[in-house]
Design a protein around this ligand. Sequence first.
Ligand code: ATP
Length: 236
Amino acid sequence: MSTLKVDEADVYYGRVHALRGLSFEVQDGEIVCLLGNNGAGKSTTMNMLSGLVRPKSGTVRWGDMDLATAKPWDIVAAGLIHVPEGRRIFSTMTVHENLLLGGYTVRDAKLIAQRVDQVYALMPRLAERRRQQGGTLSGGEQQMVAIGRAIIGGPKLLLLDEPSMGLAPLVVKQVMETIQAVNAQGTTVLLVEQNARAALKIADRAYVVESGQTTLSGPAAELAADARVIDAYLGG
Ligand code: ATP
């Protein structure tokens, strides 16, 4: 069991107190969503889990690993892989080359080849476009490449920051279905979203993050029916 457990974490950027005693957990096999508005602290949370920003106090553990002190490289190698906001794929490299970059911590070339096949099976559209340059893809396809690249690293826990950003509703649906399929193949998912409606459809549980704290939590279906969530995040 490798439960992710964040307990009373505080993060500062200089004088800005970005996370204020944030607590939540993710169990093996779950899709958990963090909902919140701009500036609530969602990206900071993801960066803290990846070892890119450090908590000043509190605990951040994933199974045996202390994420508050572990090196980012070791965190990735252990299988906690972060797809940051904004996709960041390389526009002059092909789809295939972009995917291979996800294997930088994987030494076994056969394993990389197997995972590339797995990505193409999961996302046939990328297989069709494997020789196309990243910059010529649609936003949804670029998001798929970003998720596919993470899969090459062999994620046990996948962190997805705003995968629906800037995508049309139908494309959001396809991306969410892909995330569900990745989860069904055995990867635990922590999803950060402003698109609460789409995220709550695929999540098992969710937390609302406000001003660096989790203020509400529960099964996704319960939160989707909660008047406070409807008012604040589902457009009334
Ligand atoms: P968004 O969806 O807009 O990225 P968010 O919920 O991910 O929002 P964060 O980006 O984590 O929020 O920001 C949390 C708080 O920390 C905000 O008040 C933000 O202004 C502040 N912050 C984030 N990064 C920095 C930084 N590098 N330096 C100073 N303040 C920062």
